[in-house]
Design a binder for this molecule. Structure first.
Ligand code: GDP
Ligand code: ZN
Length: 298
């Protein structure tokens, strides 16, 4: 069914979801990608009566809400659901290539148990910085595309790769995500922001959540909610598992509670020293580890 219905949420559903044991536990009851049942009103609008169980979802820490959550921690905000491929769009330059950001998003993708695809766009501008990282990510096992919207490089290959998947796109402002989506799937007609030379930041354009079937079995989801992702529900102890390149070394850690930070007999630290693990990947790991609030999820 390809028709669109504007739906609101039945009040009862709202209440059941938001409050568990008198505590607000999550925000956003329904999210982009959800499969729902709804009753149709006479005026053509709908009322959502049921939300199907999500096969997976990506969430982030919501901004602090007063009085919510246990001990006032930040709540979980679900950004998108039921997708199977996270497409991380970055740029070779303007804004400059940022591997730390990519590593963060990889963690979000891995912890959501979806495939991760990395796109480095704007390769027409600069070829010098991103190349070694492209090799690194490929060695780890990620599919990487080096694209240029301007020169139409690797567009066909990327389009082919996205086929048959439910693709959630993420991109830092200005990397060319909208331009890329428009070129891949011209029917989308997304607005293109302009980069101001002064700040190198994408200017603000009106952003809305988008989910579109671009062909019989391919879906694209584009949501501004994912821009500032602060992964939710990852423990210090789990984080290492979302670095695929660490996995063969984690098993060598002396303690099975090892956070690969300072512990003696750590297999990961040893691998970093011996070159088995890339130092920058380890630095990304430490940086994210530092942002995880201790013991909250145990
Ligand atoms: P978004 O914020 O990621 O959606 O980025 P936009 O699609 O709005 O693009 C930001 C700017 O980058 C626009 O001025 C685009 O024309 C430009 N741009 C997009 N892709 C490319 C590319 O491959 N090469 C170059 N040189 N510029 C690009
Ligand atoms: Zn360790």
């Amino acid at each position: 069914m390809n028709e669109e219905y504007r739906c609101s949420l039945r009040g009862k559903l709202k209440k059941e979801f938001e409050f568990k044991g008198n505590k607000l536990t999550a925000v956003d009851i329904v999210t982009v990608g959800d499969n729902v049942e709804f009753d149709l009103n006479r005026d053509g609008s709908g009322v959502i009566t049921h939300i199907e169980k999500r096969s997976n979802y990506i969430s982030r820490k919501a901004p602090k809400i007063k009085g919510a959550g246990i001990r006032g921690e930040r709540l979980e905000q679900i950004v998108a659901a039921n997708f199977n491929n996270l497409v991380i769009v970055s740029s070779a330059a303007s804004p400059k290539f940022n591997n730390k950001l990519i590593d963060r998003l990889i963690v979000a993708g891995e912890s959501s148990h979806v495939d991760v695809t990395i796109v480095v766009n704007k390769i027409d501008l600069d070829e010098s910085v991103h190349k070694s990282y492209v090799q690194l990510y490929r060695r780890i096992g990620y599919q990487v595309f080096e694209t240029s919207v301007k020169k139409e490089i690797e567009i066909e290959e990327l389009r082919y790769h996205l086929q048959g998947k439910i693709n959630l796109f993420w991109g830092q402002s200005g990397v060319g995500k909208s331009s890329l989506l428009n070129l891949l799937f011209p029917g989308l007609k997304l607005k293109i922001g302009e980069i101001s030379d002064y700040t190198s930041k994408g200017k603000h354009t009106t952003v809305t959540v988008l989910l579109k079937k671009v062909d019989a079995n391919t879906i694209v989801i584009d949501t501004p909610g994912i821009r500032e992702i602060d992964p939710y529900g990852i423990t210090k102890h789990d984080l290492g598992h979302y670095f695929k390149d660490f996995s063969q070394y984690i098993t060598k850690c002396k303690f099975n509670t090892c956070t690969h930070h300072h512990e003696p007999g750590c297999g990961v630290i040893k691998a970093v020293e011996e070159g088995g693990i890339n130092v920058e990947r380890y630095e990304s790991y430490l940086k994210i580890l530092d942002t995880i609030e201790e013991d909250l999820f145990f």
